[in-house]
Design a protein around this ligand. Structure first.
Ligand code: CA
Length: 441
């Protein structure tokens, strides 16, 4: 059985755009990138609608390729209708490239010119075909890849979400194996960093995915950063034994949350307070080809383009929720204590602090199995107690995300994966590993 070993994702403004029209949705084993286009404050709306469509995950039991295509179709219709009914969104559209690990294959559903690459051993394979003018010309043998990279019409897209009520989605499943490294990206990366350099940056196995991802974004910015740059990386590994689980458990706590990022419009010019962003503006010719009017800010001091580094790009929104079956209580409003603050502090130090520390230590030693709060389906090991204190203080943390959803558990055994029974770590790991290996019957 294969699973996602680690992943990285980020979206960067680039150096010349004032808003970010890219959006992404990341929740292993599902990864989606969307690159919006359209008038001011429309491209990011289109790409955000596209990735929002994936937030409920894939319906269980469906053919994952058909499910991905259906989600993209649904997003297409929503964008099309919104573009038609709201004049400020007229003409908006977006690319969408989604990748989903299903069993021993990664299924890719794709529209537009964002791309998916696979690095296997030392080969870099492009798994998607660009739905762009130059992409079609390359496919027909009329242009070489090198000519396409510098072609003046390379930004003209021939297929996107939002243009018509229906959209044709390319869907393909690629058998994968342990060690495979996938890259999903918007054209802000590939138009700046061409494949030989891309391969060099991806192939250095000594570096973490985070390092590789940051280097890819930096390379695009170093080459000019003409467009928003979104990079998603994920590596596949085989589920083998508990040693691997233990080694990954700490990572899992960090990576299992889902991240979604919706592109953000450039700030209205009068609202921009930074001196570097108030200078003269020139239209980016490439943006015009995408139908956008992106403004390139000039620094009034020296006339150079103001760089838009990571510090300027909006942070991805993070969401973490309770295990399924437990509703988050609204924080209770406590009456103000009548104790003087000094007395309250003494009481806290003498009585409550040891209790808090004791409870915290206790939560480190026990584990329970439940489902991932983000999708309510993925079988997950939590460390701690399945309770939440007022003010949102959780007595548990995510310890290990399995590669199996509840639908993969035989119905007679499901209760054992949802009852939140307290277990030792070994016990919880043994049960979940058996499930991942298909040994729970
Ligand atoms: Ca783009």
């Amino acid at each position: 059985m294969l699973r996602i070993a680690e992943h990285f994702h980020d979206s960067d403004l680039g150096r010349q755009r004032r808003g970010n029209e890219d959006s992404f949705y990341v929740r292993a084993p599902l990864f989606v990138v969307a690159d919006g286009m359209g008038g001011a404050q429309a491209g990011e709306v289109a790409s955000a609608i596209a990735v929002q469509q994936f937030e409920g995950g894939l319906p269980d039991g469906d053919d994952p390729g058909a499910a991905l295509a259906a989600l993209i179709q649904a997003a297409n219709l929503r964008i099309f209708e919104q573009a038609r009914s709201e004049s400020e969104h007229a003409g908006m559209g977006t690319t969408t490239t989604a990748a989903y690990l299903a069993g021993d294959a990664v299924v890719i559903a794709h529209v537009g010119d964002s791309r998916c690459y696979l690095l296997r051993d030392d080969d870099l394979l492009r798994l998607t075909r660009d739905h762009s003018l130059v992409g079609e010309l390359v496919a027909r043998g009329k242009l070489t890849e090198e000519q396409a990279e510098s072609h003046p019409q390379r930004s003209v897209i021939t297929r996107a979400l939002g243009a018509y009520p229906d959209v044709e989605v390319d869907v393909e499943a690629f058998p994968v194996r342990s060690g495979d490294l996938f890259l999903l990206c918007s054209d802000g990366l590939t138009s700046m960093v061409h494949e030989p350099q891309l391969k060099l940056l991806l192939a250095d196995r000594e570096r973490s995915l985070e390092r590789i991802g940051r280097d890819l974004i930096a390379a695009a910015n170093d080459a000019g950063g003409r467009d928003n740059i979104t990079v998603i990386l994920f590596r596949i590994e085989a589920v083998d034994d508990r040693r691997a689980v233990a080694a990954r458990a700490d990572d899992s706590a960090q990576t299992a949350e889902y991240d979604t990022f919706a592109g953000e419009a450039a700030e209205p010019r009068q609202a921009v307070s930074k001196p570097s962003a108030t200078g003269a503006a020139v239209a980016d010719p490439e943006a015009r080809r995408h139908g956008t009017v992106a403004l390139q800010a000039l620094d009034p001091d020296d006339g150079r383009a103001a760089p838009g580094g990571t510090g300027d790009s909006p942070p991805p929104r993070r969401t973490a929720q309770l295990p399924a079956g437990r509703e988050r209580e609204p924080p209770r409003v406590k009456r103000r204590s009548r104790l003087r603050s000094g007395g309250a502090l003494l009481l806290f130090l003498a009585v409550l602090l040891p209790l808090v520390i004791g409870a915290w230590l206790a939560t480190r030693a026990v584990y329970f199995i439940g489902t991932d709060p983000a999708d309510g389906r993925t079988v997950t090991i939590f460390r701690g107690l399945p309770y939440e204190l007022p003010f949102g203080l959780e007595l548990y943390e995510r310890y290990y995300d399995s590669g199996v959803t509840l639908a993969g558990v035989p119905p007679a055994r499901r209760a054992g994966f949802t009852d939140h029974k307290l277990r030792s770590r070994d016990d919880a790991e043994d049960l979940v590993i058996a499930l991942e290996k298909g040994e729970v019957e």
